[in-house]
Design a protein around this ligand. Structure first.
Ligand SMILES: Cc1ncc(COP(=O)(O)O)c(C=O)c1O
Length: 428
């Protein structure tokens, strides 16, 4: 078990609350709630993750507590590798560590031997190197880079994907002649979880226009760099309904790839997600892989991807303690002992998490609660309406899926402190 302070598709019927289901629609308790995957075992009064009692972990370590399943991370990476094997001749996964940089998680990624790490700041590169990855196992992808950033990247010898003429010019001035780089392109489509523009990377701050591919290539060449890769990252939490847009973006990526004479790899970024609430329909791994096969595999180059959410989100649960249950202004408020400082997904992006009652995961969800955090901000609401079994002050709840972009984006607002994190090895 690693503790650190540092920094599925087949749908099942469910009693899990969703923010769009009213209390009166509450279904009866099913045999298995939708969020249960291979690593979860449910008892009437506890949830086990890879054999560990979450109730006992919360008692030992206190709350707020993130618990991660290393086995889930390995399973998700293997699923992705299997799908890519069907689609592209050669491929490599670089886990996007911005989604979760916990040492135990990076150790699980590293244990597979053939999975690299995608980084997006010099400190992330240093952190990955400190966890035992070699520079050749890292990719780097970020925008608006300073000379200070670029100097460190040159010194650390990591392959960089750049997306402005300015960065190419300044990087080329300090990198050895003939250094290989990738070029990042605007996917030009809108696709994201809930069609949220803040989660869509098309027409956003990143990337060259596909129409400007020749100029970008010329800028790299003039700077003494060799373009060996093209890249696109489409958006976060791509839904199955975005198939057409994803297909268009991959076709656009194929068209820019064909303009690069020294091309070795094609990088499709991240974007595959998973279910956050019962009613979600994420883009299926198989659909994504089929689109790679259709548009990109025919080019005969190595396929690269940088998944974060798909790999790590289902591995994690965030455990909080309820401290207040009280009716006012027509709602039943449920207060918990952490707020958006430990997980920004609901407050910043409107991404819903699903709450489960840790001590009664199979009980019927009959009560509608508004779950509020302990940060002194009106926007610190975990969920405007969650259906849960009747709870008492002091009960534990878990939010899931909480493995991605939770702790890695946490902060110390209101000096509430950072959450504890544990990465579990399975109990066999
Ligand atoms: C360039 C890049 N690659 C990969 C990722 C990981 O994305 P995801 O968590 O959606 O898989 C991100 C996330 O923002 C990104 O910006």
């Amino acid at each position: 078990m690693d503790i650190a302070q540092e920094p599925q598709e087949p749908p099942l019927p469910s009693s899990a609350p969703t923010s769009s289901v009213s209390a009166t629609d509450a279904p009866l308790a099913p045999a298995a709630p939708w969020w249960k995957h291979e690593s979860y075992t449910l008892h009437n009064d506890d949830i086990l993750l890879d054999g560990h009692s979450l109730r006992d972990l919360a008692k030992t370590h206190g709350t707020p507590l993130y618990v991660y399943s290393k086995a889930t991370i390995i399973r998700q990476l293997r699923r992705m590798q299997a799908a890519l094997r069907e689609s592209a001749q050669e491929h490599k996964i670089y886990y996007a560590m911005k989604s979760n940089r916990h040492p135990g998680i990076l150790a699980a990624v590293r244990s597979l031997g053939e999975v690299g790490v995608d980084t997006c700041s010099p400190r992330e590169v240093r952190w990955a190197l400190a966890q035992g990855f070699a520079p050749s196992e890292l990719s780097f992808n970020a925008g608006m880079l300073s000379d200070r950033d670029l100097r460190q990247l040159v010194d650390m010898g990591v392959h960089c994907t750049l997306d402005t003429q300015s960065a190419l010019r300044r990087y080329g001035a300090i990198a050895p002649k003939g250094t290989r780089v990738g070029l990042r392109f605007n996917p030009g489509i809108h696709a994201s979880y809930g069609d949220n523009p803040r989660l869509s990377y098309g027409q956003a701050k990143f990337g060259f226009e596909a129409e400007d591919a020749e100029q970008a290539l010329a800028a790299a060449t003039n700077a003494g760099l060799i373009v060996d890769s093209v890249h696109m990252h489409l958006g976060w939490g791509l839904p199955q309904s975005s198939q057409t847009q994803v297909s268009q973006a991959f076709a656009r990526l194929a068209s820019v790839a064909q303009k690069m004479p020294d091309l070795e790899t094609i990088n499709v970024g991240g974007g595959l997600g998973g279910r956050y609430i019962y009613s979600d329909h994420p883009l299926l791994l198989e659909t994504w892989a089929a689109m790679i096969r259709q548009h990109l595999a025919p080019l005969g180059r190595k396929l690269i991807c940088e998944p974060g959410t798909f790999v790590v989100a289902p591995s994690g649960i965030l455990i909080l303690e309820t401290n207040t249950i009280e009716r006012r202004r027509g709602r039943c408020w449920l207060g918990v002992d952490a707020g958006f400082a430990v997980n920004l997904n609901p407050a910043l992006y409107g991404i819903p998490l699903t709450a489960v009652a840790l001590n009664q995961p199979l009980a019927p969800a009959t009560e509608a609660y508004t779950i509020a955090g302990n940060i002194n901000e009106a926007g610190d609401i975990w969920s405007p309406e969650q259906l849960l079994p009747p709870l008492q002050e002091g009960d534990l709840i878990g939010f899931l899926p909480a493995g991605g972009y939770g702790s890695s984006m946490s902060n110390d607002h209101c000096l509430r402190g950072q959450p504890t994190e544990i990465a579990l090895d399975p109990i066999s």
